[in-house]
Design a protein around this ligand. Structure first.
Ligand code: ADP
Length: 203
C-alpha cells in the first residue's frame, strides 16, 4: 500500500484587536498539544537582542513558557540548533511551533513559517491584524492569506459593548494622531478595544 505523503504541517493564524483573547487562544491550543505529549516551542519578539526564556501571558492571567527572540533568524537558529533549520532534519523539530505578537516579527517570519509547515510542523501564529490606525499590520496580511486556518476574534468595545475589531490608542488620554509612530518612547499611552464606530484617530 502506498504511504500517504500527507504529514499534517500547516499554518493556523489567530487575529483580532487587543483584548480579543489571542494570547488566551494560543495558550489553549499549545496547552492541548502539551497534554497530547507533543513537543512545542513558542516564540515572542524581544526588545533587546539576546534571546531569553520568558512567558506568554494573557490579560486574564494565564501563562505559557516562551522564548523571546530579537529576529526570526534567531528563532530559526534555535529551532535548527546548528544555525540552519533545513540542515537540522525533521527529528529535531518540535511538533508545534507558536509565535505570539507575530505582527512585530520581521518579514522573515513568512518563509520560516512556510518552511516549518512544509516540514510537517503545526505552526500557530497569534497577532494584531490591524495597527492603531486600523491599517494591516506588518507581516500579518501575508500570513493570513497563506494560512490553512484563520480565526478572527473580537473584544468588547469599552464605549458601547459591541464586538470590538479595532485597537484604540490613547496618548495622555486623547486619541493618537495618524502620524504618530507605532512605538513612542516615554509617552503615557494606553490601549482600548473599540468597535468601528468608536475607533478615533486625530489627524
Ligand atoms: P489579546 O492577546 O488578544 O490581547 P488576551 O488573551 O491577552 O487578549 O486577553 C483577553 C482577556 O482580556 C479576556 O478574556 C478578558 O478577561 C480581558 N479583557 C479586558 N478588557 C477586555 C475587553 N474590552 N474586551 C474583551 N476582553 C477584555
Amino acid at each position: 500500500m502506498l504511504k500517504s505523503p500527507y504529514h499534517g504541517g500547516h499554518l493556523e493564524v489567530i487575529v483580532g484587536p487587543m483584548f480579543s483573547g489571542k494570547s488566551e487562544e494560543l495558550i489553549r491550543r499549545i496547552g492541548r498539544a502539551v497534554i497530547a505529549r507533543q513537543r512545542v516551542a513558542v516564540f515572542k519578539p524581544a526588545i533587546d537582542d539576546r534571546y531569553h526564556h520568558t512567558h506568554v501571558a494573557s490579560h486574564a492571567g494565564r501563562v505559557l513558557g516562551a522564548v523571546a527572540v530579537s529576529s526570526t533568524a534567531q528563532a530559526r537558529r534555535l529551532l535548527g540548533g546548528r544555525g540552519d533549520l533545513l540542515d537540522a532534519g525533521e527529528q529535531t523539530l518540535p511538533d508545534v511551533v507558536g509565535f505570539d505578537e507575530a505582527q512585530f516579527f520581521d518579514p522573515g517570519l513568512v518563509p520560516l513559517a512556510l518552511e516549518l509547515a512544509d516540514m510537517g510542523v503545526r505552526v500557530v501564529l497569534a497577532g494584531l491584524d490591524l495597527d492603531f490606525r486600523g491599517e494591516p499590520f506588518g507581516v500579518m496580511p501575508e500570513l493570513l492569506s497563506r494560512a490553512e486556518s484563520v480565526e478572527k476574534l473580537t473584544a468588547i468595545c469599552v464605549v458601547c459593548g459591541a464586538p470590538a475589531t479595532r485597537t484604540q490608542r490613547l496618548i495622555g488620554g486623547q486619541p493618537a494622531r495618524r502620524s504618530d509612530p507605532v512605538v513612542m518612547v516615554g509617552a503615557a499611552e494606553s490601549y482600548e478595544a473599540r468597535c468601528r464606530v468608536h475607533h478615533r484617530l486625530d489627524d
